[in-house]
Structure formats: structure tokens, C-alpha cells
Design a protein around this ligand. Structure first.
Ligand code: ACO
Length: 329
């Protein structure tokens, strides 16, 4: 191990909208079928927010659970980082709305955008900010309401996504538990393979832009798939090397839940057995920045991992961005 971790996860939480959209429901919206979706993506159902529902409320619900789990109160939190690409508004940062909903008056709050890799980006940023002793209890949240920006007439994308939020509270570690290693990377050369061109300064909400659905997600699925597998496997190997570890030392790898075939291809490259691989994409779809913290909370609360477990995290998203980490719970 390179150094003694100083920042550990004290608590986790998750929240998803109540409404569930099954593949059978999607068959009524676009020209698709359950068999295609399950075979090509592994997704069976996803939670979807009501139209106009604020991400801040979902994220605050996940955050409250994480704070309670950590045995803390909102006033103890001094840093809030929200990873999202579907915040409530253009500005202020949705993290500020979350701060207000929680009553976390002593925190600095800001958003980061790294698409599906955002949560691990947030972990690394918070870890760095805490290691210099400036912050003591950070809340890192990954949350997205991706269904608010999908084109419900495009079967190539609308079947893949779901909504949700997951949160962790970080605090100082007294032992060998904590964030052992993190790595983040990106390549803007691939920005046009997965993007949403609307709502920024180059595409104003004109009648024509709205008609052309410029505010919805565009994706070259096959290309994204190929790059996701390669980048995530390289990213995971990088943090393993940084930590002087091998994949068989990981109790569980939680990879971004975008597609079951991506998760399986990654597991093969990393030589992971089925017990080391976490899958919940069948029930949640791709929840973007929320996917890893939702899975982490679920795995913890259903006993798949516990205090002392060593876990690999790895993600890939629009940008392209990628990120990985090793934590001891
Ligand atoms: N239902 C039925 N048929 C469909 C559907 C659908 N929902 N979507 C596409 N098809 C059709 C296509 O039109 C195509 O038909 P054609 O051969 O007549 O043209 C056929 O199915 C095959 O399509 P492909 O795109 O080749 O299917 P593929 O096996 O590549 O699977 C998928 C598509 C699931 C999108 C896959 O490429 C994928 O998962 N890519 C990665 C996507 C991803 O993970 N994105 C997000 C990562 S980053 C982030 O999370 C933001």
C-alpha cells in the first residue's frame, strides 16, 4: 500500500423516484421490445422522475440518509460536491439548493460536470481538499435526472437511462480504511460521440433549436461501448498499480452501470469473478453520475460489502471522461 488513507467513507445513502418504467412500458412509447433491450443492455426497468421534478430534492434525500448513516448532523458538513449534468437550473449550482434543503449552513457547495464519471471525480476532489485538513466532513453526491434530456422518440437512447441520486459522507480515518487511490482522465477529442448541445451558450432556446430537439442526448452507442470497455479497464489497472495491488485483492468492483455487456467485458479484462462484480443496471438503467454511489449504498446495505471490504470503483462518460478508485470501507 502506498500511503495510509486519511479520508474514509462514514456513511452512504441513495434515493430514486417512485415511478418505475418497465421495458413493456417503453414498448408503448417507441418501436422497441423487451427482448432487444434485455439482450443488448441487460436493462429491465428504470426509475423515472415526474416531469419538472427537481434533482436537488432527490439528491437531498440521498444526502440525508448518508449523513444519518454517518452519525452526523447537517451542520457538521463543511463541503458539498454534487456531480451532475442535469442540475435544477443553469445556475446557481444545484449543490447550493441541496445545502439549503439540508440546512447545511456551514458548507461550501459547488457542482462538477464529468457526466457518468462525475462521482469519482467528486471523490478525488473532496479527498484532496480534506487531506490538507481544510475540510473535515464532505458530502459527495452523484445525481442525475437524465430522463429530462432524452429524446423519447429515439429508441437508440431513451431505453437506456434512469434517474436517481447517491451520496457518501467522507471524514477523517483513524485506521487503514479509506480512499486508497484515485485516478481521473479525459479526452475531449471524443466529445461529439456523446453529448447534449442544448442549454449552453452556443445554442439558445430558439424555436428552431427546440424543434430539432437540440437539448436532448446524442450518442454513437457502438463507439461509446468500445471506448468505455478499454478506458475503464485501463483506469482500473492504473489505480491498482498506484496502490500496488492486484484485482484478486478486491472484494468487489462497482463499475458504472450503463450496460450489462460492458460490465461483463470489463470483468473479463480485469479477470474478475462473478462475486467481485456488482450489477444493478437491470433495475435502474444508466443513472449517469448516480450509478456508482447508488450501487455502493445498495451493496453496503444488503451486506454484499461491509466495514473492511476493499472495493474498486470505475466509470466512463461523456467528454470522454473516465475515473477509478480503490477504497477500503
Ligand atoms: N429497440 C429495438 N431495436 C433497436 C433499439 C431499441 N431500443 N435501439 C437500436 N435498435 C436497433 C438499431 O436501430 C439497429 O438496427 P439496424 O441494424 O436495423 O440499423 C440494431 O438495433 C442494432 O443497433 P446497434 O446500435 O448496433 O446495437 P448495439 O448492439 O451496439 O447496442 C447500445 C446499442 C445498447 C446502445 C450499445 O451500443 C451500448 O450500450 N452502447 C454504450 C452506451 C452507453 O453506455 N452510453 C452511456 C455511457 S456514458 C454515460 O453513461 C453517459
Amino acid at each position: 500500500m502506498t500511503n495510509i488513507p486519511q479520508t474514509m467513507i462514514l456513511g452512504t445513502g441513495r434515493a430514486v423516484p417512485e415511478k418505475i418504467l418497465t421495458n413493456a412500458d417503453l414498448e408503448k412509447i417507441v418501436d422497441t421490445n423487451d427482448q432487444w433491450i434485455v439482450e443488448r443492455s441487460g436493462i429491465r426497468e428504470r426509475h423515472v422522475a415526474e416531469k419538472g421534478a427537481p434533482l436537488s430534492e432527490l439528491a437531498a434525500e440521498a444526502a440525508r440518509k448518508a449523513i444519518e448513516d454517518a452519525g452526523l448532523e447537517a451542520k457538521d458538513i463543511d463541503l458539498i460536491i454534487l456531480a451532475t449534468v442535469t442540475g435544477d437550473m443553469k445556475f446557481p449550482a444545484t449543490a447550493c439548493f441541496i445545502q439549503e434543503l439540508l440546512g447545511a449552513k456551514n458548507a461550501a457547495a459547488f457542482d462538477i460536470a464529468a457526466a457518468c464519471s462525475g462521482f469519482i471525480y467528486g471523490l478525488q476532489i473532496a479527498d484532496s481538499m480534506m487531506r490538507n485538513q481544510t475540510y473535515r466532513h464532505a458530502l459527495v453526491i452523484g445525481g442525475d435526472i437524465l430522463t429530462s434530456i432524452v429524446d423519447w422518440e429515439d429508441r437508440n437512447t431513451c431505453v437506456l437511462f434512469g434517474d436517481g441520486a447517491g451520496a457518501v459522507v467522507l471524514g477523517p480515518s483513524q485506521d487503514d480504511r479509506g480512499i486508497i487511490s484515485t485516478y481521473i482522465g479525459s479526452d475531449g477529442g471524443y466529445s461529439k460521440l456523446l453529448y447534449n448541445a442544448g442549454c449552453g451558450c452556443i445554442n439558445m432556446p430558439t424555436e428552431e433549436n427546440i424543434k430539432e430537439k437540440i437539448h436532448t442526448v446524442r450518442m454513437e452507442g457502438k463507439e461509446v461501448f468500445r471506448h468505455a470497455v478499454v478506458a475503464m479497464s485501463k483506469a482500473m489497472k492504473k489505480v491498482l498499480k498506484q496502490a500496488d495491488m492486484t484485482s484478486d485483492q478486491l472484494d468487489l468492483v462497482i463499475s458504472h452501470q450503463a450496460n450489462l455487456r460492458i460490465i461483463e467485458a470489463l470483468a473479463k479484462r480485469l479477470k474478475l469473478n462473478s462475486e467481485q462484480t456488482y450489477v444493478n443496471v437491470d433495475r435502474f438503467g444508466n443513472t449517469s453520475a448516480a450509478s456508482i454511489p447508488i450501487a455502493l449504498d445498495e451493496a453496503r446495505r444488503n451486506g454484499v460489502i461491509q466495514s473492511g471490504s476493499t472495493i474498486g470503483l470505475v466509470a466512463f462518460g461523456g467528454g470522454f471522461t473516465w475515473a477509478s478508485g480503490i477504497i477500503r470501507l
